[in-house]
Design a protein around this ligand. Structure first.
Ligand code: M6R
Length: 605
C-alpha cells in the first residue's frame, strides 16, 4: 500500500528520495509526491501515475532543492487518485508538509471541527486533517504540537513531517503502521520499509507505536508523548541490497520463484538439531491446548490450509482455519485452550492484526509465522517464528508462501513429538523428509522450460479451473490465486469431488482444467474426476509425481514433479503452478510484479 521515505543529510535529497520511491513502487500505488526543504522554505511536487512521471516533473523543477525532505507513494483509500489527493499535503501558509500511511478513523469529526473554525480543506483525504491540525495548534514548539495532535488522532499512521521553522530536521511518528529509521554516516532516513534505503545503510532503529523522532543529518532522537527521550537500540539488517534488486531477472517474481530452494534452506536448516525439529522461539506447552486455529489472508491463508491438514494428521488435534478478514465477525470460540497461529509474510496485514487482537482479547496464546523482522505482527504475537525468506518484492508471494508451508510442516512434526503422537524414530524420519525439501524444490525448477511451453499453449484461455483432493486441493487454492492475481484470467480452485455438485456445469469444450494429482493415496479418485471433465470437452493439464505412468493416458499434458513425503508435497508441487501463472501473465503482457489494484502489504481493513 502507501510508501513513505524521509531523508536528512548533506547531499541532494531529491535524487535519494526519488530513488527510494522507486524502490517502494512494489507496495502498490496510484500517485506519488515529494517535498524538499531548503532553509525556511518547503517546496513540493506531486502527480498521479508512476514514480517515473514524478521524476520527470521533479527533475525539471528548479525550486525543488534541499538536503532534507519527504516522499510518498499513495494507494487511494479516501478520495480518488488525483494530484490534489496525492501526498505530501501542505498547510496553506507553507509551514508544514506531511506524508502519511494508514487511516485516520476520526477524520470526519476533526475535519468538521476545523471547518467550523474557518479552515479550508483542499483534498478529499483523511490525511489532510493532520496537516491542518499541525498548522492550527502550532505554537513554535514542533515536538509539543506533534504530541498534542497525535493524541487527537484515532486510527493508524506512519507520519513524516517537515516544518519550515526547523531546516535540516525531519519528524516522524507512528501508531500501527510500519516506520523504520535508517542510521547512516552524516545522513539519516525513515521509511515504511527498509528497501527504500537499504542501498545507503543497513543500520536501523524500529520506531514503536506512540513514539516520535526528530531526525537530522547527524542525529536521531526518539521521544514519547510526554517529550521524554527514549533510548533505542540499533539493529543491523542481515540481507544485502542485491536481495532487493532483480539481479538480471526480468521480474522480481521470477527471481523469487528461483530463490525458493535457498529460502527453504534458510527456513529449515537452522531449526534442525540432532536430526529433530527444534523451535527455540516457542516456549509453549502443547498439552495445554485442545485446538489450534490458523488465521491469515490470501496466500498466507492458503499456506495455513496446508498446515491445517498436516498438523491435524500428525498431532491428532482439532485444527481449524479461518480467513483473518472474517474472524472477528464470528465471535469465534477461542479461549486460553486455543492456540492461535497467524501467518503473514509482511507482518503488516491489517485484517490479520485485527484477528490477533480478537484472539488476545479472548485469552488465546498467539504464535505468528512472519517474514519481515520487527513487523507489527511479529511484535504483537506472543511467539514469533520467522521464515527467513529474505525480502519479497513481487506483489504475488512465492517464496513467502513456500517458507510458511515449511514452517507449518516443522511445527506439525515438533508438536506431534511434544504431544507424544509420534515416537523419536518417526520424528527423525519426518524431520529428514522436511530437510530434503530444498533439494526437491531445486529439481522442480528444472521444469521451467517445459512450463513455459505449456503457458505458450494455454495463455489465451478465458477461464482456468484447478482441481485436487485433500492437500492437493489446498495447493490448487494457491495456484489459482497466483494465476488470477497476475494474469487477470478468471480462475477457480475446486475440491475435485465438489465439481459434480454444481461447478461441472461450467466445464465445456476447450476449458482448461489443471488437475493436481500429487497426493497418491487419492490418485484413482482424481483420475475419475479428470475423466468426468474430459468427457465434457475439457483440456487437462495434470501435475503428478515422477514415476506416475497412469496419468499420461488421462491428461492432455503432464508435468512430473520430484517425489517427497506425501504430507510435504505442497512446497514442491506449488512451484510449477507459480511458474505457469508467471509465464501466462507474461504472454498476456501483464505488469507481473505490480498487478493492477493490488498492493504488497494490505494495511487497510
Ligand atoms: O503479508 P501477508 O502474508 O499477510 O499478506 C497476505 C495476503 O495479502 C497475500 O498473501 C496476498 O494474497 C498475495 N498477493 C498473494 O500473492
Amino acid at each position: 500500500m502507501c510508501g513513505i521515505i524521509g531523508f536528512s543529510g548533506k547531499t541532494d535529497a531529491k535524487s535519494i528520495i526519488l530513488d527510494g520511491l522507486k524502490r517502494l513502487e512494489y507496495r502498490g500505488y496510484d500517485s506519488a509526491g515529494i517535498a524538499l526543504q531548503k532553509d525556511n522554505t518547503i517546496n513540493m511536487v506531486k502527480t498521479t501515475g508512476k514514480v517515473d512521471n514524478l521524476v520527470k516533473i521533479a527533475e525539471s523543477n528548479k525550486n525543488l532543492v534541499g538536503n532534507c525532505g519527504i516522499g510518498h507513494t499513495r494507494w487511494a483509500t479516501h478520495g480518488v487518485p488525483s494530484d490534489v489527493n496525492a501526498h505530501p499535503h501542505m498547510s496553506s501558509d507553507g509551514k508544514f508538509a506531511i506524508v502519511h500511511n494508514g487511516i485516520i478513523e476520526n477524520h470526519a469529526e476533526i475535519k468538521k471541527s476545523l471547518i467550523d473554525k474557518g479552515i479550508k480543506f483542499l483534498s478529499e483525504t483523511d490525511t489532510e486533517v493532520i496537516v491542518q491540525l499541525l498548522d492550527y495548534y502550532y505554537d513554535g514548539d514542533i515536538k509539543k504540537t506533534l504530541a498534542k495532535i497525535s493524541s487527537m488522532l484515532e486510527g493508524s499512521y506512519a507520519l513524516g513531517v517537515l516544518c519550515a521553522d526547523f531546516p535540516g530536521s525531519i519528524f516522524a511518528a507512528k501508531v500501527s503502521s510500519p516506520l523504520i529509521i535508517g542510521v547512516g554516516a552524516g545522513e539519516n532516513y525513515f521509511a515504511s520499509d527498509i528497501t527504500a534505503f537499504i542501498s545507503h545503510t543497513k543500520n536501523v532503529i524500529d520506531l514503536d507505536d506512540g513514539e516520535f523522532a526528530e531526525i537530522t543529518a547527524d542525529r536521531v532522537s526518539v521521544f514519547d508523548h510526554n517529550l521524554r527521550d527514549i533510548k533505542k537500540e540499533e539493529r543491523k539488517i542481515t540481507w544485502d541490497v542485491a536481495a532487493a534488486e532483480k539481479s538480471g531477472y526480468e521480474h522480481f517474481m521470477l527471481k523469487e520463484i528461483m530463490e525458493q530452494p535457498g529460502a527453504l534452506k534458510a527456513t529449515i536448516e537452522p531449526r534442525i538439531k540432532d536430526g529433530r525439529v527444534s523451535f527455540d522461539e516457542l516456549n509453549i506447552d502443547m498439552k495445554k491446548y485442545d485446538r489450534i486455529l490458523i488465521t491469515a489472508c490470501g496466500s498466507a491463508y492458503y499456506a495455513g490450509c496446508v498446515g491445517r491438514d498436516v498438523i491435524e494428521k500428525l498431532c491428532r488435534l482439532h485444527v481449524h482455519t479461518e480467513v483473518a478478514s472474517e474472524l472477528r465477525y464470528r465471535d469465534p470460540m477461542i479461549d486460553e485452550k486455543t492456540l492461535v497461529m497467524v501467518i503473514s509474510q509482511s507482518g503488516e496485514t491489517a485484517d490479520t492484526i485485527a484477528a490477533i487482537k480478537e484472539a488476545k482479547n479472548k485469552n488465546a496464546d498467539v504464535v505468528a509465522i512472519v517474514n519481515v523482522v520487527g513487523s507489527t505482527i511479529a511484535k504483537l504475537a506472543d511467539y514469533t517464528i520467522y521464515t527467513w525468506a529474505g525480502p519479497e518484492i513481487a506483489v504475488a508471494t512465492t517464496k513467502g508462501y513456500t517458507t510458511q508451508v515449511a514452517v507449518l510442516y516443522m511445527f506439525a512434526v515438533w508438536a506431534a513429538g511434544k504431544l507424544g503422537r509420534i515416537d523419536d524414530k518417526k520424528l527423525k524420519e519426518l524431520t529428514n523428509d522436511i530437510k530434503i525439501l530444498p533439494e526437491r524444490a531445486q529439481r522442480t525448477l528444472d521444469l521451467n522450460t517445459r512450463v513455459k511451453k505449456l503457458a505458450d499453449k494455454y495463455y489465451s484461455k478465458q477461464s482456468i479451473f484447478f482441481i485436487g483432493r485433500y492437500l492437493d486441493y489446498a495447493v490448487c487454492l494457491e495456484g489459482s490465486l497466483k494465476l488470477k492475481e497476475i494474469s487477470y484470467i478468471h480462475s477457480e480452485a475446486y475440491a475435485a469431488g465438489e465439481l459434480k455438485h454444481g461447478t461441472i456445469a461450467l466445464i465445456e469444450d476447450g476449458r482448461l482444467v489443471v488437475s493436481v494429482c500429487c497426493y497418491e493415496p487419492l490418485l484413482d479418485k482424481i483420475i475419475s474426476n479428470i475423466q468426468q471433465v474430459k468427457a465434457r470437452g475439457a483440456q487437462v493439464l495434470a501435475l503428478a509425481i515422477e514415476g506416475n505412468k497412469k496419468i499420461f493416458a488421462e491428461a492432455d499434458d503432464v508435468l512430473l514433479v520430484p517425489k517427497a513425503n506425501e504430507l510435504f508435497m505442497a512446497a514442491v508441487e506449488i512451484i510449477p503452478l507459480q511458474l505457469f501463472a508467471y509465464y501466462v501473465a507474461k504472454n498476456n503482457h501483464c505488469d507481473i510484479d505490480k498487478p493492477k489494484n493490488l498492493a504488497k502489504s494490505v494495511t487497510v481493513e
